[in-house]
Write a protein that binds this ligand. Structure first.
Ligand code: AMP
Length: 220
């Protein structure tokens, strides 16, 4: 099963993608995590990506597509993947389609998590992430039990540089101009399902799973 999670920064893609991937035993590919990991290791890819990420811009397509396609050859991607944060441009979507044709595979479903813009700004402003396991928290809506400490692994929580107010504005602008057109692209393929992204995390997860299960049942 190959599923794309589409939505604005702050829509909850990362949280939902990780949980749904665990539940359905699929690999979880998050290009943002891959870039942050490369940055932490100080690799040439990480240094290059940093230039764009700190401005809230997208990393160029050639770099992102090459990284993603290389990762897709890993054995754990054979039986299915949840793509989180990829594709983000039309060129990326087309590259993924092409790669799937070559591999005789296909995208099954595109889950579009819909959240209003003012809610996105609120969410991104108070977001804190665990340095160790990447679990997300929110100052107002999902605070950790102990301040600055991850409930799951005890790791230190930090605010991503690109969650600072100026960069948040730039990221949302980039989303609406470059990524939102993908909604139409996937509507045309008949594979897009829209899920309301407001409410409790657990509720949203159930909504997504029920849409995905319907898809699975429909194919049998
Ligand atoms: P995310 O964690 O998905 O919000 O991604 C953080 C940042 O990584 C983005 O603002 C981009 O700078 C970069 N990034 C992640 N995924 C992509 C992608 N598919 N294409 C280009 N840049 C990306």
């Amino acid at each position: 099963m190959y599923v794309i999670f589409l939505g604005a920064p702050g829509a909850g893609k990362g949280t939902q993608a990780a949980e749904v991937a665990r539940e359905l035993k699929l690999a979880h590919i998050a290009t943002g995590d891959m870039f942050r990991d490369a940055q932490k290791k100080g690799t040439p890819l990480g240094l290059k990506a940093k230039e764009y990420m700190e401005k809230g811009q997208l990393v160029p397509d050639e770099i992102t597509i090459a990284m993603l396609l290389e990762h897709l050859t890993a054995p754990d991607c054979e039986s299915g993947v949840i793509f989180d944060g990829f594709p983000r441009t039309l060129a990326q979507a087309e590259a993924l389609d092409k790669a799937f044709v070559t591999r005789k595979k296909a995208i099954d479903t595109v889950v579009y998590i819909k959240v209003a813009e003012e809610e996105l700004v609120k969410r991104l402003g108070g977001r804190w992430i665990c340095r160790q396991c990447q679990a997300p928290y929110h100052e107002l809506t999902a605070p950790p039990e102990v301040k600055s400490k991850c409930d799951k692994c005890g790791g230190e929580l930090y605010q991503r540089d690109d969650d600072k107010p100026e960069t948040v504005k730039a990221r949302l602008k980039v989303y609406f101009t470059q990524t939102a057109p993908l909604i139409d692209y996937y509507v045309k393929t008949g594979k897009l399902v829209e899920v309301e992204g407001t409410g409790a995390v657990e509720e949203i997860r159930k909504r997504i799973l029920s849409r995905l299960n319907k898809g699975v049942t429909g194919r049998r």
